[in-house]
Design a protein around this ligand. Structure first.
Ligand code: VGL
Ligand code: ZN
Length: 227
């Protein structure tokens, strides 16, 4: 059986981490040593993604009128600009990962010298895009190019880590599976905005054939032998 594994590090950026992140995930920085350990393994493809929004992005509460513009609480309904029949309710956030700001930078302690490619996402102000592959609309508005990178390289297996476990990691893993990759989420290399949501998410992974593993899982040992 062919086995060509890719490591996809999702949104390990300042704005998603203490102490200064506008949308800081508790313990977000604590996963870096584990991710650096994974980066030292011979994955033939290692990608880091960046949430990379324009200042007028639709997911920012600040871009909506009161009273329904409370970050973390309010939601908005996004209509697909390419197909008005497609609508999606989505949460509003504090401004985060604005292109060109400190908050959009990858964590400096991440060993980026071992990353082969950086993929930016969320640049289209009209749509929310948690997945590192594409926006959620059936009529797709925005694709990051990640799927093509992985497919052109002949990748069979995608290992997902990073932030946040219940948003961008989740939708990246779901799309990796949809795109036909055998998909693994390395649980201890993720942190959630709302950890209480994880049991439901892991159940969804199970029904969709996505495996949640530890960093010393036998499949990771197989990556160590990859050449
Ligand atoms: C994310 C909320 C908003 C994430 C991105 O990377 O999980 N969460 N934008
Ligand atoms: Zn975002």
């Amino acid at each position: 059986m062919a086995f060509k594994p890719a490591l996809v590090i999702v949104d390990l950026q300042e704005d998603f981490c203490p102490p200064n992140g506008s949308l800081a995930v508790e313990g977000g920085r604590d996963i870096v040593p584990t991710i650096n350990e994974l980066l030292s393994l011979p994955f033939p493809i290692k990608v880091a993604t960046k949430d990379f929004h324009p200042q007028d992005h639709i997911s920012f509460a600040s871009n909506h009128p009161p009273p329904n513009n409370k970050p973390f609480e309010s939601t908005t309904v996004i209509t697909n600009p390419l197909n008005p029949e497609e609508k999606e309710e989505t949460r509003l956030w504090p401004d985060h990962c604005v292109q060109g700001t400190k908050g959009s930078e990858l964590l400096p302690e991440l060993d980026v010298s071992k990353v082969h490619q950086i993929v930016e996402k969320g640049q289209d102000k009209r749509v929310e895009m948690y997945s590192a592959f594409m926006d959620p609309f059936p009529t797709c508005v925005s694709r990051s190019g990640l799927s093509k990178i992985l497919k052109d390289a002949g990748v069979t297996d995608v290992f997902v880590v990073g932030l946040a476990a219940d948003y961008c990691v989740k939708f990246t893993a779901l799309d990796a599976k949809k795109e036909g990759f055998t998909t693994w989420v390395i649980a201890e290399a993720t942190k959630a905005v709302d950890p209480s949501s994880l049991s439901d998410i892991y159940e969804e992974y199970a029904t969709k054939g996505i495996a949640v593993i530890g960093k010393d899982d036998r499949t990771i040992r197989k990556v160590k032998e990859y050449s």
